[in-house]
Design a protein around this ligand. Structure first.
Ligand code: TXA
Ligand code: MG
Length: 900
C-alpha cells in the first residue's frame, strides 16, 4: 500500500470514525497503515494531523513531501499518555510535570530534551515537541499503532490548518494513504507550545490553552515574545515553524488592529480600509465579530461573521474555516478585525498576523494610521479630534434651543420634532390613577420605554384601583394651563397627548393652550374607565368633539368612544372605517385610529384613517385580564413616536407593537383588570441581555474551578442556565444556556457552543418548573448524580429533594414535570433536585440558584467538597471559589423552613 510520495488519485482511503463509538476495525486499518510506514491524516481536538511512525525515517520523509514542508521544521510527537515519555524525551523537568498533570491529555505541547529520535522528527535539534491529544480517536489510533506518531497539521504547507476532514481532502487527497474523518475539531486552533527546557519557560506558539492558564498552573511567569504574538519571526533555533508564512488564504488579507475594538473609531477605521482596498474595483469582504457585522452591512460592505467577540472560543473555532472559505468566495480580498490579546485572543491574533503576512493597519481612536499595508493608503477619517460640541460621530451634541428663543417663537419647538435633542420631550395631559395602572402613570411609563422625556399636566386626581373608581377630584382649568405653560417655556414640548379631561372647562382650557402654543396633539377621548366609571361629563363630550378634535394630529377612540363622537354604529371593521373617516373628514382631525380592542374576533384590528386612505393594523388578540391602561399607553406611545420625529403611520404602528407587548406581559396585580406593563418594551431586551451575561459569567465560574467541577460533569454534558424574570419567562425560549452544553476533556471544561436562548430544553423545563413556584430562582446547572455528589451536598448543608421521577416512558423532556412534582408541599426552594434516572436515562442533579452564577458557584462548591479541597464548609460566606471575587458556593443561600 504505502509507496508514499507518489501522488496517485487512487491512493487515499477515507474512513469515517465516530468518536463516541469507535469502530476498532476501521481504525485498526489506519493503525496498520502507520505501522507499514504510511501516512494517516487523523483528528485531534485541535486540528487534523498528518501522522506517521515517529521512529521510521522513511515514513517521516513522506510527511514533508506530502505537505511540501521545509525539512528544517521539526514535528510534534504524539503519545497516548505520559508513560510513553521515556522513549521520546530524555528529561522531564518539574515545570513539565506540573503542566502534564494539569493539561494532559489536552491541547498542550511541551518542548523537552529529546531522547534518540530520527533527525526528521527533531530537524536535528536537541529538543523534541511532545503532546498527548485528548481526542479519543487520536488516542486510540496511537495505541493501536503501538508507536508514537509524529504529526504536523494536515494541511499543505502554508495554508490554514484543517479543522474538518473536508479541509484535509482539499489539500492532501491522493498524497496520503488514509484520511480518518471524525467531523469538526473542537478547538479549531493548534495546541499551545511551551519550551520547558528553559527557565522561565518560553511560549513558542500560543494555542488552545491560554498562556494565563499555564501561568496559573506553574505559579510563575511564562515568557511571551514578539514571535509568539506573531509580530516577528522567531530565531530558527527557537521554533523553526514560526518563521514561515502560515495559515494564509490565497487572497490578500489585511488585519486591522486597535487598542479599542469596540469604539466607533475602530469600526469606521475598518470600513475605511475596506473601501480603500475596494477602490480599484476589487470585491472586498470584511471578516468581523458578530457584534459588528451589522455595522459594516449597514455601511454597504459585505461582511462575514467570525463569532461573537464575547466568546473567543467560538471565534477560534471558526477561524481557519473562515480563512479557507475566503479562497472559495467571489471576494478578491478581505479585511479582518483584530481581537484583544487576552486568553485565546493571543492565539487568534498570532494566526491573523501570520495569515495576513503581517499586512496590518492600526486604528487609534477616531483616526487610522498605517504602519504597513499592501493596500493604497486609506483616507484618514476627517476631523481627527472631534471638535467640541460634537460627539464621536460628528453629530451636533444636542442642546435644547435657548428658552428665550423658543418662548418668542411660541411654536413648542415643534419645528424639528425632538430631533437633535438629548431627549425629545413629550407631555401627558390627563388624570392620575392611584392604582398606577392607567392615566398619567401608564403614560409616563410608556414615555420612558419609548425613549422620550415625559412631562405632565394633571387634570384630575382619581381614587381608583383595578376594580373601581371611588373618587374624582378635578383641578381648576387654570392649574392645567399653568402646568402646560411651565414646561413649554422651559424645555419645549415636542408632542403631547390628552387623556381624561373630565369637564368642559378643562377641555376648553387645554384646547386654548394647545392652539396658542401650536402643540402637536394626540387626543385620546377617554370617556369610560376600564371598570366602567364615566370619566367625561356629558357636556364635555361635545366640547371635546368641537374644540379639541379639530386641533388633533391623531385621535384614538375605542369603538364605543368612536360611536359617541360620530354617531356611527361601530360593531365591525366597516363601522370602524367609517367612524375613523368621519373624525378626519367631518370633525377636522389630521388622522384617527379606531381601536378594535372591543370588536372581538381572533385578531385585534385597529383602523387608521389618514391622508385620504385607510390602513389596518392587526395583532393577534391576547386573552388577558391585564388590560388596565391599554388605551392610555397606546396614545402615549403615538405621542412619543411623533415627539421623536416619526410620521403618523410609523408612530401608530410602533404604538400597536408596544401595547401588544404591554398586554402580553401585563402585571397580575389586584382583583380586577391588572395594569398593563409598558416597561416590557425595554425590560425584555434588557433582561435577555442580563440572562446571557449571567450564563457567560457562570461559565467563567465553572471554568475557573474546572479542576473541581470536572468531577461532576455528567456523561450527557453539563449545562448552566438563566431564566428571564416573571412575567417574561414562559417557555424554554426564555431560558439562556450553552448550546451543546459543556464538555469535559480530562480536567478541562469546554463550552461546546455559544450562550443562547432555547439552548437547553431539559434544563430550561426544570428551571421554569421551580421558578414558577419560587420566582426568585432564576439560575440552574445540571451535573452528575451519585453517592459522592449527594454526600458533598449534605456536607455543604444544601437541601436536595428527590425528583418526582422521569421514568423511561416519559423521556427526558419531562424533567420539568419531575422537578415540579418534587416541589409539592414545599414552601421554600431547594438547592438541588436529584433525579435517579431510569432505564437509558442518566441520573442527574439539577442545582438551583438566584442566578446562573449562584448555581455555578454551588456546583464549584460541590466539586471542591468531593475533592476534599478548600473545605467550603469552613469558608462559609468568604468565597470558597478562591478566585477573583466570584460569589462562593457557600451554603445557606436560600432561606430555609423547618417543615422539610
Ligand atoms: O495542535 C497541534 O499541535 C497540531 C495537532 C495535529 O497535534 N499539530 C501541529 O503541528 O500544529 P505543526 O507541525 O503544524 O506545528 C508544530 C510546530 C511547528 O511550528 C514546529 O516548528 C514546532 O511545533 N516544533 C516542533 N518541534 C519543535 C522543537 N523541538 N522546538 C521548537 N519548536 C518545535
Ligand atoms: Mg501547521
Amino acid at each position: 500500500m504505502p509507496g508514499h510520495g507518489r501522488p496517485e488519485g487512487a491512493r487515499t482511503r477515507l474512513i469515517r470514525v465516530d468518536p463516541e463509538r469507535i469502530d476498532e476495525g476501521a481504525l485498526g486499518e489506519a493503525a496498520e497503515a502507520i505501522r507499514r510506514g504510511g501516512l494517516v491524516a487523523f483528528p485531534t481536538e485541535t486540528v487534523y494531523g498528518l501522522g506517521a511512525d515517529a521512529t521510521n525515517p522513511r515514513a517521516l520523509a513522506g510527511i514533508f513531501e506530502a505537505k511540501g514542508r521545509p525539512r528544517d521544521n521539526p514535528l510534534i510527537v504524539h503519545v497516548p499518555g505520559e508513560e510513553w515519555l521515556p522513549g521520546v524525551a530524555s528529561e522531564v523537568p518539574p515545570a513539565a510535570r506540573r503542566l502534564i498533570d494539569r493539561f494532559w491529555p489536552g491541547p498542550l505541547t511541551l518542548v523537552l530534551r529529546a531522547a534518540r529520535l530520527p533527525a526528521e522528527v527533531t530537524a536535528g535539534l536537541p529538543t523534541v515537541a511532545v503532546r498527548c491529544p485528548a481526542h479519543p480517536v487520536a488516542l486510540r489510533l496511537i495505541e493501536l499503532s503501538g508507536v508514537p506518531i509524529a504529526a504536523p497539521s494536515a494541511n499543505a504547507s502554508g495554508r490554514p490548518s484543517p479543522t474538518s476532514a473536508e479541509h484535509v481532502i482539499e489539500d492532501l487527497w491522493g498524497l496520503v494513504d488514509v484520511i480518518v474523518d471524525s467531523g469538526e475539531t473542537l478547538y479549531g486552533l493548534e495546541s499551545t507550545i511551551i519550551d520547558v527546557t528553559r527557565d522561565p519557560p518560553v511560549l513558542l506558539r500560543p494555542g488552545a490553552v491560554p498562556v494565563e492558564d499555564l501561568e496559573g498552573a506553574l505559579g510563575s511567569r511564562v515568557v511571551v515574545g514578539d514571535a509568539a504574538r506573531g509580530l516577528a519571526d522567531s530565531e530558527v533555533a527557537l521554533s523553526p515553524g514560526m518563521k514561515y508564512r502560515h495559515y494564509a488564504p490565497r487572497k490578500p488579507l489585511v488585519l486591522v488592529e486597535s487598542d479599542d475594538y469596540s469604539g466607533e473609531g475602530y469600526l469606521e477605521g475598518v470600513a475605511s480600509v475596506a473601501r480603500s482596498l475596494a477602490a480599484d474595483g476589487r470585491r472586498v469582504i470584511v471578516m468581523a465579530s458578530d457584534e459588528h457585522v451589522g455595522f459594516y452591512r449597514a455601511a454597504g460592505l459585505e461582511a462575514l461573521a467570525l463569532g461573537p467577540r464575547s466568546n473567543p472560543f467560538a471565534v477560534a473555532r471558526r477561524l481557519f474555516a473562515a480563512l479557507r472559505s475566503l479562497d472559495g468566495s467571489p471576494a478578491d480580498a478581505a479585511v479582518v478585525e483584530g481581537f484583544e490579546e487576552r486568553g485565546l485572543g493571543l492565539a487568534i491574533m498570532n494566526r491573523l498576523r501570520k495569515a495576513s503576512g503581517r499586512a496590518v493597519v492600526r486604528v487609534r481612536g477616531p483616526r487610522s494610521r498605517l504602519y504597513r499595508a499592501p493596500a493604497p493608503r486609506p483616507r484618514a477619517a476627517a476631523g481627527h479630534d472631534a471638535p467640541r460640541g460634537r460627539d464621536a460621530r460628528g453629530h451636533r451634541r444636542a442642546r435644547a434651543p435657548g428658552r428665550r428663543a423658543r418662548a418668542l417663537r411660541g411654536d413648542g419647538g415643534g419645528g424639528c420634532r425632538g430631533m437633535g435633542r438629548v431627549r425629545p420631550v413629550a407631555m401627558t395631559i390627563a388624570g392620575s390613577d392611584s392604582g398606577g395602572g392607567a392615566g398619567i402613570a401608564a403614560d409616563l411609563k410608556t414615555f420612558a420605554a419609548a425613549g422620550v422625556h415625559g412631562t405632565l399636566a394633571i387634570t384630575s386626581v382619581t381614587a381608583q384601583n383595578t376594580v373601581a373608581v371611588t373618587g374624582i377630584y378635578d383641578l381648576p382649568p387654570e392649574a392645567v394651563r399653568r402646568q402646560i405653560l411651565a414646561v413649554h417655556e422651559d424645555m419645549g414640548i415636542d408632542a403631547a397627548k390628552t387623556g381624561m379631561l373630565s369637564s368642559a372647562p378643562i377641555v376648553r382650557a387645554v384646547a386654548e393652550v394647545a392652539s396658542q402654543l401650536g402643540l402637536t396633539l394626540v387626543v385620546d377621548p377617554v370617556m369610560v374607565s376600564k371598570s366602567g366609571a364615566a370619566l367625561l361629563r356629558e357636556d364635555a363630550v361635545e366640547a371635546l368633539a368641537r374644540e379639541l378634535v379639530p386641533r388633533a394630529k391623531v385621535v384614538t377612540p375605542n369603538a364605543p368612544e368612536a360611536e359617541r363622537l360620530t354617531g356611527i354604529r361601530v360593531r365591525d371593521l366597516a363601522g370602524a372605517r367609517a367612524a375613523a373617516e368621519h373624525i378626519v373628514e367631518q370633525l377636522g382631525a389630521e388622522a384617527a385610529v379606531v381601536k378594535g380592542g372591543h370588536l372581538g374576533g381572533p385578531e385585534s384590528v385597529d383602523v387608521l384613517y389618514h391622508a385620504g386612505r385607510h390602513v389596518e393594523l392587526r395583532s393577534p388578540r391576547i386573552e388577558s385580564r391585564t388590560t388596565h391602561g391599554t388605551g392610555c399607553s397606546f396614545s402615549a406611545a403615538i405621542a412619543a413616536g411623533l415627539a421623536r420625529g416619526m410620521g403618523i403611520e410609523d408612530s401608530v404602528d410602533f404604538a400597536k407593537r408596544l401595547v401588544t407587548d404591554a398586554i402580553r406581559y401585563g402585571l397580575e396585580l389586584g382583583a380586577g383588570h391588572g395594569p398593563v406593563n409598558p416597561s416590557s418594551w425595554v425590560d425584555v431586551p434588557a433582561e435577555r441581555f442580563r440572562a446571557l451575561q449571567d450564563v457567560r459569567l457562570a461559565l467563567r465560574v465553572l471554568v475557573e474551578n474546572e479542576f473541581f467541577v470536572s468531577r461532576v460533569v455528567p456523561e450527557s454534558s453539563m449545562n448552566v442556565a438563566a431564566a428571564l424574570p416573571a412575567p417574561y419567562a414562559s417557555g424554554p425560549g426564555d431560558v439562556a444556556a450553552i448550546a451543546g452544553g459543556i464538555g469535559r476533556f480530562g480536567r478541562r471544561l469546554v463550552a461546546r457552543g455559544e450562550v443562547e436562548f432555547g439552548a437547553a430544553e431539559q434544563l430550561a423545563a426544570a428551571l421554569l418548573g421551580v421558578s414558577e413556584r419560587f420566582p426568585e430562582v432564576r439560575g440552574a446547572a445540571i451535573v452528575a448524580s451519585g453517592e459522592e455528589v449527594s454526600r458533598a451536598m449534605e456536607s455543604l448543608g444544601f437541601r436536595a429533594l428527590p425528583s418526582g421521577g422521569r421514568g423511561a416512558a416519559l423521556g427526558r423532556r419531562d424533567l420539568g414535570i419531575a422537578v415540579s412534582e418534587a416541589l409539592r408541599g414545599e414552601s421554600a426552594p431547594p438547592d438541588a433536585v436529584v433525579d435517579g434516572g431510569g432505564p437509558g436515562l442518566e441520573p442527574l442533579t439539577i442545582v438551583f440558584g438566584r442566578s446562573a452564577v449562584e448555581a455555578a458557584s454551588k456546583v464549584a462548591a460541590i466539586g471542591k467538597a468531593i475533592a476534599g479541597a478548600g473545605t467550603p464548609s469552613t469558608d462559609r460566606g468568604r468565597g470558597a471559589s478562591g478566585s477573583e471575587g466570584h460569589p462562593s458556593g457557600a451554603p445557606g443561600l436560600f432561606p430555609r423552613t423547618s417543615n422539610v
